[in-house]
Write a protein that binds this ligand. Structure first.
Ligand SMILES: Cc1cc2nc3c(=O)[nH]c(=O)nc-3n(C[C@H](O)[C@H](O)[C@H](O)COP(=O)(O)OP(=O)(O)OC[C@H]3O[C@@H](n4cnc5c(N)ncnc54)[C@H](O)[C@@H]3O)c2cc1C
Length: 502
């Protein structure tokens, strides 16, 4: 089923529904193909490659013997996988959950955090009221409120962790908010409707500023009306690195954490009684050998259907390629204001980075442009080893048009890269126990969980979704009953999602 997709920010755009509608025209065979493994030679992103120390864990655990036995295997080392490890470390703390330490192993196909989290736009902006009206209409007021609550919780938890641990400078945290430009009256009207519905439902929207065209022009430059909402930007890879290191430091007699990068999981099979590691349920195969475990967390986002083929197709998780450039702004121009920006209802998003020593003008990280790529909006493209020149052309034109020729036309970006997002028909992630999503059969998947499919808007959602998966696992290990937190949308749960499928 193709649901009406709520408009999202950051690559979840007003065109999302058109994109999904376009998907219908793709041949059925193509729709059902599972995602490939992450490509071997991805484009280089600013976050992973702009400085030699950007990714100290890049090849951690990629040489030497592979761990052969674990309690929990997390597949994927992006914000989802590392948040799972972080929450397990926090939950275990000093308590004994099993008789022996709880052994957690993270398996990553490429370098550490080299998926979407290492290649995104860097915005951590909760959508307090965006898409509220669509969600309210589609899922009811309570669910629309929970969407907002989950995003606020994620963003504030991450900012609290960053500030409490003194990481703000290390992750380049900027709390300048987000200016969302309206290019058309229709966009402004739709946003006003969302705002009013959310306010009426009791969501706190007191800090939202409505800015007239004159106010925006005077303060920022572009001749459009806008709203300003709260939000942050940061260096996602550095945050994820610190979260991992924090979890690793919790290693104790109760908890053990290992990371193996450059170790793609190629298949998952059930272990047989002859297998040496008694008690393990699954064997994960990798080119470096296999590892046994009793629980698995799929934190593979766009690539989830590679190991879970029933998630292939329009009602599962659709790999979708996004593109970003790092381009130098002209001196004294409005993009130098240290806030984030969204335009075209999330089709384009950008922010000027803080000036580094020796820099005279900031580097602007700008993503989007998929609307120029043709009717399929890069849906079903799972290759981040190349860029789309048409999207690149659109991105190069964008800022000079919005900021009246500055940066100058013809400025070549300093870096350009792609990353693969995991799109879903409703825009919502899949969170919870794994099933065969085509048949509903669950027996073959006991002990497997997933948190994936953020539809281009994962930074303010993944950390809390990981928290919920960890709550479920801890409840299972301790023989207690998991109950859904009040801030968690019911429709994100895998169980609720089964009925949305064909
Ligand atoms: C270009 C772009 C711009 C974006 N901009 C923003 C933004 O500004 N703000 C925002 O909120 N969101 C943004 N997003 C979305 C956001 O980046 C994602 O929602 C989020 O990073 C998802 O995190 P994740 O950990 O679930 O997935 P990922 O970061 O993709 O991590 C999944 C990991 O799993 C690994 N993996 C996959 N299969 C296997 C396997 N079989 N074995 C082992 N490892 C495997 C991958 O290599 C990858 O490292 C953007 C995404 C892209 C691509």
């Amino acid at each position: 089923m193709l649901g009406r997709t709520a408009a999202l920010g950051f690559e979840g755009s007003k065109n999302a529904q058109a994109a999904f509608d376009a998907v219908v025209s793709v041949s059925a065979e193509c729709l059902r193909q599972p995602a490939k493994l992450p490509s071997a030679n991805p484009t280089r992103s600013f976050w992973t490659h702009s400085s030699p120390d950007a990714n100290p864990l890049a090849r951690e655990g990629s040489h030497g013997p592979l761990t052969t036995d674990a309690d929990i295997c997390i597949i994927g080392s992006g914000i989802s996988g590392i948040s799972v490890a972080y929450h397990i470390a926090e939950a275990v703390g000093n308590q004994t959950i099993l008789d022996a330490p709880l052994r957690v192993v993270i398996l990553e196909a490429r370098d550490f955090c080299s998926g979407a989290t290492g290649r995104n736009g860097g915005h951590l902006t909760p959508h307090t009221f965006y898409s509220f009206a669509v969600r309210q209409n589609q899922f009811g007021t309570d669910e629309a409120i929970r969407s907002s609550a989950l995003e606020e919780r994620t963003a504030s938890s991450l900012v609290n962790i960053i500030e409490r641990n003194g990481w703000s400078e290390k992750v380049d945290l900027v709390s300048g908010g987000n200016v969302c430009l309206f290019f058309t009256e229709d966009e402004e009207r739709g946003t006003r409707t969302d705002f009013e519905c959310a306010e009426h439902a009791g969501i706190n929207v007191d800090d939202v500023q409505w800015l007239t065209r004159d106010a925006v022009e005077n303060s920022y430059g572009p001749p459009y009306s806008a709203i300003k909402i709260h939000g942050h930007n940061l260096w996602p890879l550095k945050l994820v690195t610190l979260l991992y290191q924090h979890a690793k430091q919790r290693t104790s007699e109760h908890f053990d954490l290992k990371l193996h990068t450059r170790t793609p999981v190629t298949s998952i099979t059930r272990s047989s009684s002859e297998d040496s590691n008694a008690g393990s349920t699954y064997i994960l195969s990798t080119p470096r050998g296999s590892i046994s475990c009793s629980r698995i967390v799929h934190a593979t986002n766009a690539y989830a259907s590679h190991l879970l083929p029933s998630l292939a197709g329009p009602s599962g998780i659709i790999p979708t390629r996004g593109q970003v450039i790092a381009t130098r702004a002209s001196a004294g121009q409005a993009p130098t204001k240290t806030n984030g920006w969204i335009a075209n209802r999330g089709c384009e998003y950008w922010f000027p980075r803080l000036l580094r020593p020796g820099e005279e003008t900031p580097l602007v990280i700008l993503g989007g442009g998929r609307e120029a790529s043709g009717p399929q909006f890069e849906l079903y493209v799972d290759d981040d080893s190349s860029i789309n020149p048409v999207v690149g052309k659109e991105l190069r034109k964008f800022l000079p048009a919005v900021f009246e020729g500055k940066p100058e036309h013809g400025n070549e970006p300093e870096m350009e890269w792609t990353g693969i997002m995991g799109y879903t028909a409703t825009g919502d992630p899949f969170v919870g126990p794994v099933f065969n999503f085509s048949t509903g059969q669950k027996e073959d998947y006991e002990g497997q969980y997933i948190a994936a499919g953020y539809t281009g808007h994962g930074m303010p959602r993944a950390f809390a979704c990981a928290e919920v998966v960890v709550q479920m696992i801890i409840a299972e290990l301790t023989g207690t009953q998991w109950s859904r937190p009040t801030w968690f949308p019911k429709r994100y749960l895998t169980e609720s999602r089964l009925k949305h499928r064909n």
